[in-house]
Write a protein that binds this ligand. Structure first.
Ligand code: B12
Length: 211
């Protein structure tokens, strides 16, 4: 059992999708608890990936292939997790703001959050303030993650916060922002609840906002 979990852990660190897929399937066939498979191998591996990224040992490509390998295993686990009613860490609606088509960073944030046990509503790119509002109203998101890579689209983060206020929803949802041109002081200036400079710190931020 230990060996299977270790193989999944190593497979994610190495971005080896085949190893992750076969070992997760073996763990499922051996009737291991989906929560144990998720937390003791996959989430801990993604935490290690995040740590290596922060320490400059891993770069974006390693982050991407690790996240992809994790997704492969998650796809097998998802139906079982739903059955076992493993409580999601929270429901996150994420999107790149209106006018902006950059989605690599946003996708990384989604993958890391998913690996950490959050339920993700991926709204895609070019997401209007109305769509974010709808994700809170009908999608019941606890957290909104807005990404912007263009200085010209950053004001659409403000427009989204304004739309949430106008809909009377601002106090019901936490707002996280990020993207290369975004800063912590900008987050404070526009009244967001938090900013993170990368995907692994986005996970820590989401956890702290919902704690
Ligand atoms: C790849 C890229 C593209 C690709 C996007 C492909 C895709 N599917 O995403 C394409 C070619 C389509 C593109 C188009 C354009 N681009 Co471009 N692009 C880039 C580039 C080279 C890399 C961006 C990237 O993916 N980085 C890697 C990811 C992993 O990093 P990241 O996005 O920053 O995300 C991390 C963090 O920021 C954070 N994060 C991200 N989102 C969030 C959200 C939350 C909530 C949190 C907490 C954290 C977080 O976590 C992520 C992971 O660690 C940047 C240069 C750069 N240095 O950023 C230019 C750049 C962003 N692009 C730029 C420009 C100008 C454009 C165009 C206008 C070019 C043109 N004239 O057509 C168009 C705009 C299209 C549009 N409407 O969006 C400029 C922006 C300048 C500015 N100051 O506004 C840049 C900076 C290049 C430059 N130096 O001029 N681009």
């Amino acid at each position: 059992m230990e060996e299977i979990l270790q193989n999944i852990f190593n497979g994610i660190l190495e971005g080896d999708r085949e190893t992750v897929r076969t070992n997760v399937q073996q763990a499922i066939d051996a009737k291991m608890s989906p929560a144990v498979i998720l937390n003791d191998s996959m989430v801990s591996a993604m935490a290690e990936v995040g740590k290596r990224f922060e320490e400059g040992e891993y770069y974006v490509p390693e982050l991407l292939i690790a996240a992809r390998a994790m997704k492969e295993g998650l796809a097998l686990l998802k139906p079982l997790l739903a059955e076992a009613k493993v409580k999601a860490a929270g429901r996150v609606a994420a999107g790149t703001v209106k006018g902006d088509l950059h989605d690599i960073g946003k996708n990384l944030v989604c993958m890391m959050l998913e690996g950490a046990g959050f339920e993700i509503l991926d709204l895609g790119t070019d997401v209007s303030p109305e769509k974010f509002v709808d994700a809170v109203q009908t999608g019941k998101a606890d957290v909104i993650c807005m990404s912007a890579l263009l200085t010209t689209t950053m004001p659409n983060m403000v427009a989204t916060i304004d739309a949430l206020k106008a809909a009377g929803l601002r106090s019901k949802v936490k707002v996280m922002i990020g993207g290369a041109p975004v800063t912590d002081s900008y987050a404070r200036q526009i009244g967001a609840d938090g900013y993170a400079p990368d995907a692994s710190r986005a996970v820590a931020l989401a956890k702290s906002l919902l704690a």
